[in-house]
Design a protein around this ligand. Structure first.
Ligand SMILES: O=C[C@H](O)COP(=O)(O)O
Length: 329
């Protein structure tokens, strides 16, 4: 993989990729999906040991990972000041001298991800940067508020300037096997998003089985999701490699059968550069290089960027800086 230049990451995808419009609900396809849990577990366990990248290739992969981060703050004590600081980091995620040494300029994260009330400060702080704002929505994180309010919340966030909406699905529809209800919900959320891209958060840690993860992934894609996302970051189990494998394979099947590419966003608990590299390797193996760009891949992470910056600093200078120097992000 080559080190990305600024605008490879941002312009190319929009030129190439049509949005997934969704398809009619196909219950036979959904019910036919199975997940071989022991085999998935074995594959997920062996991948980290089998794939490693070093030196300049590793630095290039880390820059790619960085360009795919949805830099996130989703705390009850978020303030405009915190969001402004986060956005400053999103605009310049790596120190200028390090970027220069890496031969890069204008590297930014994929998006900034916030609650609805923080869209305005984010818009203000990101002016002129081209960095999209993603808003979590639809009763995030539990998704248990009245349906009409969840739809209204999406519409309000789009009106406020979010160009990406991360919705949570109703886990109960999955747990009770009510696939038509999940499909209708996804369809309605997609409609409410209009031109904003919609990421469907499955909250996989609450879905009970990998087979349910596979089926929920497929339903959300049939309903028109632009991305499927593992977790809110608030469940007790968030992104994992087995779940990733299942979701990537669902994306691959959907692409094979419909021709539409749906993006993938693992989120929650991903805070180490070495873990990010494992995710990239898995995506490269399962889906191919096309998915390793910000229009089809994001990390949902509040604290991954700091470790990536630290590793890049080590690559450039040969020494590690203290973790506290990379506190934000
Ligand atoms: O969608 C993003 C997640 O909420 C971030 O989770 P994290 O704080 O564990 O990185």
């Amino acid at each position: 993989m080559q080190t990305p230049t600024t605008d490879q990451t941002r312009q190319l995808p929009q030129l190439l990729e049509p949005r997934n419009p969704g398809i009619d609900l196909d219950l036979d396809w959904v019910r036919g999906l199975q997940a071989n849990t022991p085999a998935i577990g074995r594959r997920a366990q062996t991948l980290p040991g089998r794939r490693s990248v070093k030196k300049e290739v590793q630095a290039a992969w880390l820059c790619r990972a960085l360009s795919c981060i949805d830099l996130t703050t989703l705390s009850g004590d978020d303030t405009p000041g915190r969001v402004h600081r986060l956005c400053a980091k999103a605009r310049q995620p790596v120190r200028a001298d390090l970027l220069h040494a890496l031969g890069l300029h204008g590297l930014t994260v994929g998006a900034v991800c916030v609650y609805h009330d923080m869209i305005a400060p984010a818009l203000d702080a990101l002016q002129g940067s081209n960095i999209p704002i993603a808003a979590v929505s639809a009763g995030f994180p539990a998704g248990l508020s009245p349906f009409s309010l969840r739809v209204a919340e999406i519409e309000a966030s789009v009106a406020a300037g979010a160009s990406e909406i991360d919705i949570v699905i109703s886990r109960r529809h999955v747990l009770t096997g009510n696939w038509p209800a999940l499909y209708d919900e996804m369809r309605a959320f997609r409609r409410a998003c209009g031109n904003a891209h919609v990421k469907a958060i499955l909250a996989t840690g609450e879905l009970g089985s990998l087979r349910n993860v596979a089926r929920a992934s497929l339903i959300c894609m049939m309903g028109g999701a632009d991305f499927i996302k593992t977790s809110t970051g608030k469940e007790s189990v968030n992104a994992t490699l087995p779940v990733t494998l299942v979701m990537l394979r669902a994306i691959r099947d959907y692409h094979t059968r419909t021709g539409f590419r749906v993006g993938y966003k693992p989120a929650g608990g991903i805070s180490k550069a070495k873990d990010a590299l494992v995710y990239l390797a898995m995506i490269k193996e399962e889906l191919g290089d096309r998915w390793l760009r910000p229009d089809l891949f994001r990390f949902g992470a509040s604290s991954l960027l700091g470790d990536i910056e630290r590793q890049l600093e080590h690559y450039v200078t040969g020494t590690y800086s203290a973790g506290w120097r990379h506190a934000m992000g």
